[in-house]
Design a protein around this ligand. Structure first.
Ligand SMILES: Nc1ncnc2c1ncn2[C@@H]1O[C@H](COP(=O)(O)OP(=O)(O)OP(=O)(O)O)[C@@H](O)[C@H]1O
Length: 601
């Protein structure tokens, strides 16, 4: 694609774009309208029941999706929170407390329980997290069986027949539909607010690349805990209502694994990680199974499991992004194919550079072992304000390991890293979050894009560090994108960029953090000569803006023209340090790079 066609494309397609943007909300309003209008119009009890069930499952699945979709933690124990809501509500009703209060009590308890059990589990990933969530679900089922005085044990608990809005029990189905629909709206509203605000961006970024998110200052455990607390509270509220609707609860039903799987499955089928996918999943699947159950009666016990299994298989095989993914594909949302970034605008360098200031980072005596391998040995150097420090050395010399230690990703066995804070105090940060808070930003040698996010969203994750509001972060991200030559691709998914584009995106994300100290790990590797020259100019302009830079680089042309000083690593030690032109003539450096035979050549 040429630069010209790319520049013109948005203008030509502007009408189509706004029509496409409108189509989504219109379809949603129609769908929600139909969920209310169809049962009211038909007036049939069974149809009411189906639509109440759709609302309940869609609400639960939407709540689950905040953790399972946005945060990417596959919870198969969400019935814990649903069950806690159900039991709290019913126990309180038996004590004469209205479920309208009980549902908030259940939500509070569920949120606390969710934080307590998720804290250790968030260190587990993939199937291990799912297995841990199942184990906790089993614990709660057994607890509900055991504490008979409170829960009624295996016999379950009946809801006292107090009818009316106060008790959430009705003779007619309409009020129950209205409450279920209201709960669905609340869950959708909360999911929408989360996904479109900083927390949502942080959750998706953490899901996509946890280390890159940490480098951008995201406290990944904290944001996941916030998500799980909100998700659990919503599931518990729905659980209270569902218990009142069912009029009877027992541990097997309230803390059921198959129920948990069902909740997750609606999101998987509808479109995991999207705001409205879970709703779509429930709308498509609940009627099929409920009608089949209604038509086949007792013969259809367990049929829903079979139907869900078949549909899930088809979705996994043919629609990996769920039904909503198919809808987006048909509507042409998102980009396809590789996107080659256009050249960034030329950078006008200042005629005189600001003077190099005092020391802003002090690295003293860093040691690191990996088993028997001594990777860094007594590494000490300093960085001054507004200077560029080049770090060179042969492969495996320990450069990236040092970077990981001076950005909080690796704990040194010995030695200290001190950073001058903006208020003039020396601080010894330990975690990536601490470093980011002090204004230390870093890139990764192997690019770490948030693949499923757009270019703009990727950069926004960095921009949120200084601009907590979405509109400000978006504006900052756009400016950074234009400066990096990514302005035409704001809406392209990061995964569609070429390697050159991804390298720029990596730098753009960290630049959007407006760092005081910038750690660049081989950002010029694999890019062409013209781009190297542009990248050099960009770094010089960043430096002239008062940023101090440490750059690991193998491209010697760049090292020589950029660096004020160079440190040379070999076998985990600094073997030379000083002016780049003198350092490259140092016999030790020549020997480390080329071998003894070349020293006198
Ligand atoms: N987590 C780890 N566990 C074990 N060994 C490691 C680990 N990380 C790095 N190493 C080893 O430490 C040594 C230094 O690696 P490091 O990546 O720091 O070198 P480098 O100078 O950055 O090399 P390159 O220029 O190739 O990126 C290598 O021998 C590497 O295999």
């Amino acid at each position: 694609m040429t630069e010209q066609t790319l520049t013109e494309a948005p203008a030509a397609g502007a009408n189509g774009l706004s029509a496409r943007k409108l189509a989504g909300p219109v379809a949603l309003v129609l769908l929600l309208g139909a969920i209310l209008a169809i049962p009211i119009g038909m007036g049939d009890q069974f149809v009411y029941h189906i639509f109440i069930t759709i609302c309940i499952f869609a609400a639960l699945s939407t709540a689950w999706n905040i953790v399972g979709g946005f945060a990417g933690q596959l919870s198969l124990g969400h019935a814990i929170f649903y069950g806690i809501g159900g039991y709290t509500g019913v126990i309180l009703v038996n004590l004469g407390v209205t479920p309208w209060i009980g549902m908030f009590a259940g939500a509070g308890i569920a949120a606390i329980v969710a934080v307590i059990i998720s804290w250790p589990c968030f260190r587990l990933h993939g199937p291990f997290f799912a297995l841990a969530s199942i184990a906790f679900l089993e614990v709660f089922r057994v607890l509900a069986l055991h504490f008979r005085d409170l829960t009624g044990g295996a016999t379950g608990l009946m809801i006292p027949l107090k009818i009316g809005w106060e008790w959430m029990v009705f003779r007619e189905r309409l009020p129950a539909l209205l409450i279920a629909f209201g709960m669905l709206l609340v869950c959708l509203g909360v999911a929408w607010v989360i996904r479109t605000h900083r927390l949502g961006y942080y959750l998706v970024a953490t899901r996509e690349r946890e280390s890159a998110a940490k480098a951008a200052g995201v406290r990944t455990v904290r944001v996941r805990l916030a998500a799980v607390a909100v998700s659990a509270a919503l599931a518990a509220m729905v659980g209270t209502f569902h218990a009142m609707y069912l009029t009877f609860i027992e541990p097997e039903a309230m803390f059921s694994l198959s129920f948990s799987i069902q909740i997750a499955m609606f999101a998987l089928i509808g479109g995991i990680g999207t705001i409205f996918g879970p709703l779509l999943g429930a709308v498509l699947l609940v009627p099929i199974t409920e009608f089949a159950r209604g038509a086949l009666g007792a013969e259809a016990i367990g049929l829903h499991g079979f139907v869900y299994g078949v549909v899930l298989m088809l979705v996994v095989l043919f629609l990996p992004n769920g039904v909503l993914g198919l809808v987006h594909r048909v509507a042409g949302v998102g980009t396809r194919g590789r996107v080659e970034p256009v050249a960034p605008p030329a950078i006008a360098l200042a005629e005189t550079r600001p003077p190099v200031g005092d020391t802003v980072m002090r690295i003293e005596g860093l040691q690191k072992h990996f088993g028997g391998l001594h990777v860094t040995n007594d590494v000490s150097f300093t960085l001054r304000e507004g200077e560029i420090l080049g770090v060179i050395g042969p492969n495996g010399a320990g450069k990236t390991t040092v970077f990981n230690m001076i950005s909080g990703f690796l704990r040194p066995d010995a030695g200290t890293v001190s950073v001058l804070s903006p208020d003039g105090a020396w601080v010894q940060p330990t975690t990536p979050g601490d470093y980011a808070a002090l204004g230390v930003g870093r890139t990764f040698q192997i690019v770490q894009p948030f693949a499923a996010m757009t270019v703009e969203e990727n950069i926004m994750v960095g921009a949120f560090h200084r601009h907590p509001h979405v509109a400000d972060a978006r504006e900052a991200a756009r400016q950074t994108a234009h400066r990096m030559g990514l302005g035409h691709y704001l809406d392209a998914e990061a995964r569609s960029l070429t390697i050159g584009g991804l390298k720029r995106l990596e730098v753009a994300r960290v630049m959007a953090m407006e760092p005081r100290i910038l750690l660049l790990d081989e950002v010029m590797a694999g890019i062409n000569q013209t781009d190297v020259r542009r990248a050099v100019d960009l770094m010089l302009s960043i430096r002239d803006g008062g940023v101090s830079i440490i750059a690991i680089e193998h491209v010697m042309q760049a090292v020589m023209s950029l660096s004020d000083r160079v440190v040379v690593f070999n076998s985990g030690q600094i073997i030379a340090e000083g002016d780049p032109h003198e350092v490259v003539r140092d016999p030790h450096v020549i020997e480390a790079y080329l071998g003894k035979d070349f020293v006198h050549a």
